[in-house]
Ligand binder design. Structure first.
Ligand code: AMP
Ligand code: MN
Ligand code: MN
Length: 318
C-alpha cells in the first residue's frame, strides 16, 4: 500500500532528491508524455539531474512536444542509479516496462486512474483529475513553481489528450480553468488540435480495411472492431479508430481489438456509463470508468471471446 502525499508532499520528495528518473507508461500518450516533460523541465530548473524513460517508440503525433527527443529507452540489465523514481500517469507497475527492472530507487507515482494498484512507495492520486497533466499543473501552482512556454505547451497537450478537447465526462471546471491559464503562455489551441488530430494516409487506408469488421452484440449495445495480426503495423497509428464503434446510436460500450503479436491482443474500451475499467482490471489492465484497456495473452478470436463474456454481463447488469 502506498503512502498518500499531497501537492506539497510530492514536491518536497522531489526537492530532497538530487537525481530523478521520470518514467512514462508503455504505449505513451499525450498525457503521460506532456506531464513527464513538464515535470522534467520544472525539476531541471530547480537544479536537479533528470533522466526520462519510456519503454516504447514515441508515436509521430507527439514528436512536436518540446523535449520529447530527450527520452531514453530503459534497458532491463543496465541499472540506473538515482535517488527517486517518479512514475507518471501509470496505474500499475508493469506499465513501466523495462524501467521497472533498471530502477531500484523508491517510487513516487503521480496518477489519475481509478484503477491505481498502489504499487508505489508514495502516491499522489486524484481520480477526479481529467489528466495527470491537470494534477501536475495544480502541484506546480501549490508549490509556486513558475511555468515556461514549453511547460505550458506540454501540460496543455496532456490535458486536451485525456479529456478529448473538453468533450469527455472527465471535463470539469477545474480542468478547463487549468487549460485556460495555460493558454496565456502563447499556445494556439487550433495548432495543437491540428497536430493531434492529423492522420497519415496509411491510417485512413487501414481504417478502410478495418471498418468492415464492425460487429454488434447485446442487442446493439456493444460494438467491436478488430485489427488482425496480418493487418497490424506498429508504425500506423490506430488510436482514433475507437471513435467509429463508439459514436453509434444505441451503443453503450465500444471495443477495439488489436492483435499485436500472434498470441497477444491489445484491447481498448470506451463506454457511456458501464464501468469498463473494472472489466479491464479483471484482465490485468486498467483505466477509467469510461475509457480502459488491457492486453490479453491470446490470439484475437480467443481474446475477443473471453472479453465479450465479461463485457456482455457488465452491460446487461447495468
Ligand atoms: P486506450 O484505450 O489505450 O486509449 O486506453 C484507455 C485508458 O485505459 C487509458 O487511461 C490507459 O491508461 C488505460 N489502459 C490502457 N491499457 C492499459 C493496460 N494494459 N493497463 C492499464 N491501463 C491501461
Ligand atoms: Mn495515459
Ligand atoms: Mn492520463
Amino acid at each position: 500500500m502506498s503512502k498518500s502525499v499531497d501537492y506539497q508532499g510530492a514536491w518536497q520528495l522531489m526537492m530532497n532528491a538530487g537525481t530523478l528518473a521520470l518514467v512514462s507508461h508503455l504505449g505513451p500518450d499525450g498525457d503521460t508524455l506532456g506531464s513527464t516533460l513538464a515535470l522534467g523541465e520544472a525539476l531541471k530548473r530547480a537544479g536537479k539531474k533528470v533522466i526520462l524513460f519510456v519503454d516504447d517508440d514515441i508515436p509521430h503525433t507527439f514528436r512536436f512536444m518540446p523535449g520529447v527527443e530527450t527520452y531514453q529507452l530503459p534497458k532491463a540489465d543496465v541499472p540506473v542509479p538515482c535517488d527517486l523514481t517518479v512514475v507518471v500517469d501509470a496505474s500499475s507497475k508493469d506499465r513501466m516496462g523495462a524501467a521497472e527492472d533498471c530502477l531500484s530507487a523508491p517510487i513516487l507515482n503521480i496518477d489519475h486512474h481509478i484503477s491505481n494498484t498502489h504499487y508505489a512507495d508514495w502516491l499522489l492520486l486524484d481520480p477526479k483529475a481529467a489528466a495527470t497533466g491537470e494534477i501536475m499543473y495544480l502541484m506546480f501552482q501549490a508549490n509556486g513553481v513558475e511555468l515556461t512556454e514549453t511547460m505550458a505547451l506540454n501540460l496543455y497537450t496532456a490535458i486536451v489528450t485525456d479529456c478529448g478537447f473538453f468533450k469527455y465526462a472527465n471535463t470539469t471546471s477545474r480542468c478547463m480553468m487549468a487549460a485556460a491559464d495555460l493558454l496565456q503562455y502563447s499556445i494556439q489551441p487550433n495548432e495543437i488540435s491540428d497536430l493531434l488530430e492529423m492522420k497519415s494516409r496509411d491510417t485512413i487506408e487501414l481504417l478502410a480495411k478495418v471498418l468492415p469488421s464492425m460487429t454488434f452484440y447485446a442487442d446493439g449495445r456493444i460494438s467491436t472492431m478488430e485489427i488482425p495480426y496480418e493487418l497490424y503495423n506498429k508504425e500506423i497509428s490506430t488510436d482514433s479508430f475507437i471513435y467509429y464503434p463508439r459514436y453509434i446510436d444505441g451503443v453503450e460500450a465500444a471495443v477495439m481489438f488489436k492483435q499485436v503479436e500472434p498470441n497477444q491482443t491489445r484491447v481498448s474500451m470506451r463506454s457511456r456509463n458501464v464501468d469498463v475499467s473494472a472489466v479491464a482490471l479483471s484482465f490485468g489492465g486498467g483505466g477509467h470508468v469510461r475509457a480502459a484497456g488491457c492486453t490479453i495473452g491470446a490470439p484475437l478470436p480467443e481474446a475477443k471471446k473471453r472479453l465479450l463474456e465479461v463485457l456482455i454481463k457488465a452491460v446487461e447488469e447495468a
